[in-house]
Design a protein around this ligand. Structure first.
Ligand code: ADP
Ligand code: MG
Length: 426
């Protein structure tokens, strides 16, 4: 049945698997990492694994979850070495193996329950298929009892985390297409579905990445949690990326100022903080550039405006005992009162919805209100609600105060992790 041992390469390292492990693996859907060097494993045909109504999904979805807590995560990762490390790695692998298929199955069932027009959308279908593939591979993976098997599981998890990264955008695009179609229309509220979907996605990634990272034992980290995360550093990186996409979209970008306790250091997952900053800063930049370009344009001033011709965006960092608050203030004209209740809804965007995200006709600078040119600056309507999910995930929050006609303040409250009394369930 099986054509010889299989090698999986990842990040320059090679992992070998046993025939039994390989028999339970699907060939990867694309030419993405890792590469399968001796061809796809035989035995399982595509049609067998792509069935939409899969009874095993239902069976797994009915199982209870064992919630991971941050406290557990931190104490589990502390003080390890030698034999103890091996035992912990294997225990962690087994936890991943029991949790992920159940969590994936629950989301697969949710997807199956969506209206037909939604699930048949190609973007949503891609999400469904990727989840289903991951579900099958993980549930059939033999229980890890050795470090060698764990290496292979780790390579698989790394591949899945990478492959599933872009699925958030697929989900957003798919829903955007569905809700702008007359058949479904904006009346279809998917917010509770998406809350579950995305919260679960955050959890699965944390679980997988925690397992991958804590074996690497990086200085200053416990698994995926950086214990000395510098706000200034993450803000700086997010500002640089914001300037870049803003320049690509509009030909200019506003200036940024970081004030207050910017040297604050605390425990957090860097990628989460980076996501939130990037989304908030993009929104602020878009508002500033569009608002001030409109004013300048009506006076006949040449566009794009110089960075110095627009009011700067100010990030004020305040260190509290239990929380760090970052207030991001812009003078981008604010949000109208009737729009304010809508901004937290998934898919709400003030980017013109009649413009297809796929079109790429006009130059981004000449007419910055074209769909293709706006993405990834804005247009999916996921930035605020997803950022808030991230903040709330570890007990923080995002609030927004806007003065219509003037500007907006966004308050990002981050719970400083690592306090032993905390018990944040993830
Ligand atoms: P997107 O940026 O893709 O439109 P978001 O969820 O990030 O989606 O934001 C939703 C909407 O909220 C934006 O389209 C915009 O109308 C409004 N908004 C968010 N932040 C600001 C801000 N700082 N100033 C003005 N409007 C904002
Ligand atoms: Mg946005």
């Amino acid at each position: 049945k099986f054509r010889g041992p299989l090698q999986v390469s990842f990040n320059g390292q090679r992992y070998y698997s046993t025939a039994a492990q390989v028999a339970s693996l699907e060939p990867p859907p694309t030419d993405s990492l890792p590469s399968w060097e001796s061809g796809p494993p035989a035995g399982r045909s595509r049609s067998q694994t792509n069935s939409f109504y899969d009874v095993t999904v239902e069976k797994y979805a009915a199982k209870p979850l064992s919630p991971l807590t941050l406290k557990k995560m931190l104490s589990f990762g502390e003080s390890m070495g030698g034999e103890q490390l091996e035992r912990k790695v294997i225990k962690s692998a087994q936890f991943v193996q029991s949790e992920l298929p159940v969590r994936l199955a629950k989301r697969l069932l949710d997807l199956q329950l969506l209206p037909y027009i939604v699930v048949t959308n190609p973007h949503i279908k891609r999400v469904y298929d990727a989840y289903h593939r991951a579900f099958l591979v993980l549930k059939d993976f033999p229980e890890v009892t050795s470090m060698e098997q764990n290496q292979y599981l780790t390579a698989l998890l790394t591949k899945l985390v990478d492959e599933h990264g872009p699925l958030l955008t697929s989900l957003a695009k798919g829903l955007k297409e569905c809700t702008t179609r007359p058949l479904v229309g904006p009346s279809l509220s998917l917010d509770p579905f998406l809350d579950n979907m995305l919260r679960s996605r955050i959890s699965r990634r944390v679980i997988a990445e925690q397992h991958i990272c804590f074996q690497q034992r990086r200085e200053g980290y416990i698994g995926v949690i950086c214990t000395e995360l510098s706000v200034a550093q993450i803000l700086g990186a997010a500002i640089a990326r914001t300037e870049q996409v803003c320049r690509d979209t509009y030909g200019t970008h506003p200036q940024f100022q970081v004030t207050g306790d910017a040297d604050t250091v605390f425990s957090y997952i860097p990628a989460h903080l980076d996501y939130m900053f990037f989304e908030i800063l993009k929104n602020a930049s878009r508002a500033v550039v569009e608002h001030h370009s409109r004013i300048a344009g009506s006076r006949g001033t040449r566009l794009p405006l110089k960075s110095t011709a627009m009011p700067p965006i100010v990030a004020q960092v305040c260190k509290g005992t239990r929380e760090v608050t970052i207030k991001i203030s812009d003078q981008g004209g604010g949000i109208d009162e009737e729009v304010q209740p809508k901004i937290w809804k998934y898919g709400y965007t003030s980017v013109d919805p009649t413009i297809s995200l796929g079109s790429s006709s006009a130059s981004p600078v000449a007419d910055f209100r074209t769909g293709a040119a706006m993405d990834p600056m804005a247009g999916l309507g996921f930035g605020l609600p997803v950022s808030r999910l991230y903040a709330q995930y570890f007990g923080g929050n995002i609030e927004l105060m806007s003065i219509p006609g003037y500007g907006t303040d966004v308050y990002l409250r981050i719970h400083r992790l690592g306090n032993q009394s905390e018990y944040v369930e993830i």
